[in-house]
Design a binder for this molecule. Structure first.
Ligand SMILES: CC(=O)SCCNC(=O)CCNC(=O)[C@H](O)C(C)(C)COP(=O)(O)OP(=O)(O)OC[C@H]1O[C@@H](n2cnc3c(N)ncnc32)[C@H](O)[C@@H]1OP(=O)(O)O
Ligand SMILES: O=C([O-])CC(=O)C(=O)O
Length: 387
């Protein structure tokens, strides 16, 4: 009988074993640069602070799809295309209205985006223009899906998208049933800019891996949504809000609450990052927004607790907040339900994913790493009835 062996592993066959692919450079990209030591973020050449101050989300989309900013005619053209692509095919609307009212919004979004692929002509994605048009279509329809599901599950009429105005304006209009003010539109637009792109994060990696098999853009965005949904990635913003609401409900002291979590070896959502070793520059911007909005809307307690949590995490663990920490209170101050926060992240990040898809498709190689086999070998077959 052959001997079962578990320990004889030839490590020379696996030169780059790295759990979580930490530090592995798998692609080259023009989309973004992160300096994790300094806390810097650049989208296709432009510092995040410059974009936050000057750009619109639509300009950022153009930048991520073309690696350059649009001129006015190109921007007007993109805006028109996005505005004219917002409506959903009727079967997708039917699905949104008929699915469980208790479904997770991110799960509904994932399924609806997958369904959208059934209504786009299946052609070879062989030109950049074709791919950009597909990116426009998907980006334009995601806000409609989110707002339609939220209204439908709340027993409210679904509001048809406008074929004018910005992505931020139209989303808030479809969600709330009334036109947003200038400040609300600006805040949402800024949130979309800040979440658009972030290097080889887990969802972008997933999206590029799917693209690398020469699969279509709907499949890669669907897969990326699945990856973003997890609480270690984009799903953390919702968990941050749940934590703050839990503190409120229990009338707990936020510092004590965090100590208890850390003592129990639990992670505190919205903190830590694989790349940043200092404050995430997006968290820095969102922190200011959170302060201002919480004062304007009478939620200063939530902001103050956030600051107390930040100080505790810094002094106890030397861990800084990431993008998901202060975005939670920003959305809460805007009256948005916590389980929509990761959907709003998706609304923005789809621009980065599709930009990466276009880049990957233009210079593709199948993504296919290896796994170190640590199981047994040479096991003897035993028929089922004898096991
Ligand atoms: C948009 C985004 O995706 S941003 C990230 C959103 N995710 C979160 O906020 C979830 C909470 N954070 C985390 O889980 C992690 O910091 C991650 C997943 C973001 C990064 O993970 P990794 O780079 O793999 O770091 P890892 O999880 O190994 O953490 C390293 C150490 O810091 C600790 N640590 C990291 N983040 C946290 C946290 N949020 N709370 C408490 N401890 C933490 C870990 O326990 C670990 O400690 P140890 O070495 O004593 O075991
Ligand atoms: O870069 C990451 O790993 C996660 C992140 O902050 C993002 O995707 O925005």
């Amino acid at each position: 009988m052959a001997e079962s062996l578990k320990t004889e592993i030839d490590l020379s066959q696996y030169p780059h074993i790295n759990k979580g692919l930490a530090g592995i450079v798998a692609f080259s990209s023009n989309k973004s640069f992160i300096d994790g030591e300094k806390g810097e973020l650049i989208y296709a050449g432009y510092d995040i602070d410059t974009l936050a101050e000057n750009a619109s989300f639509e300009e950022v989309c153009f930048l991520l799809w073309n690696n350059r900013l649009p001129n006015q005619t190109e921007l007007d053209d993109l805006n028109t295309k996005l505005q004219n692509s917002r409506e959903l095919p009727q079967p997708v609307l039917n699905y949104i209205q008929n699915t469980s009212k208790n479904a997770e919004p991110m799960a509904v979004l994932r399924t609806a985006v997958s369904m959208l692929g059934d209504f786009h002509k299946v052609e070879a994605d062989d030109t950049e223009e074709f791919r950009i048009n597909k990116a426009i279509t998907i980006t334009a329809k995601i806000p409609t899906i989110i707002a339609a599901f939220d209204r439908s599950r709340s027993g409210k009429d679904i509001i048809e998208p406008l074929n004018e105005k910005s992505t931020a304006f139209n989303f808030l209009y479809m969600l709330n049933g009334e036109e947003p003010g200038e400040e609300a539109e600006k805040t949402m637009d800024l949130c979309l800019i800040l979440h658009a792109e972030h290097g080889m994060n887990a969802s972008t990696f997933t999206n590029r891996a799917i693209c690398s098999t020469e699969s279509d853009m709907y499949s890669s965005v669907t897969g990326a949504i699945g990856a973003l949904k997890g609480p270690l990635h984009g799903g953390a913003n919702q968990q941050v809000m749940n934590m703050l609401l839990d503190i409120d409900e229990k009338d707990a002291d936020p510092v004590e609450y965090i100590h208890q979590r850390l003592d129990a070896k639990e992670k505190v959502m919205g903190f830590g990052h694989r790349v940043y070793k200092t404050m995430d520059p997006r968290a820095r911007i969102l922190r200011g927004m959170s302060k201002q909005l919480s004062e304007e809307t009478g939620h200063t307690d939530l902001y103050e607790w956030s600051e107390a949590i930040l100080e505790t995490m810094k002094s106890e663990k030397d861990i800084d907040p990431n993008v998901d920490f202060f975005s939670a209170t920003v959305y809460y101050s805007m009256g948005i339900k916590p389980d929509l926060y990761t959907c709003i992240f998706t609304m923005s990040r789809v621009s980065g994913w599709t930009g990466h898809y276009i880049e990957q498709a233009e210079n593709n190689r199948l993504v296919r790493p290896r796994a170190l086999y640590i199981g047994e070998k040479n096991k003897e077959w035993v028929p089922a009835e004898q096991r």
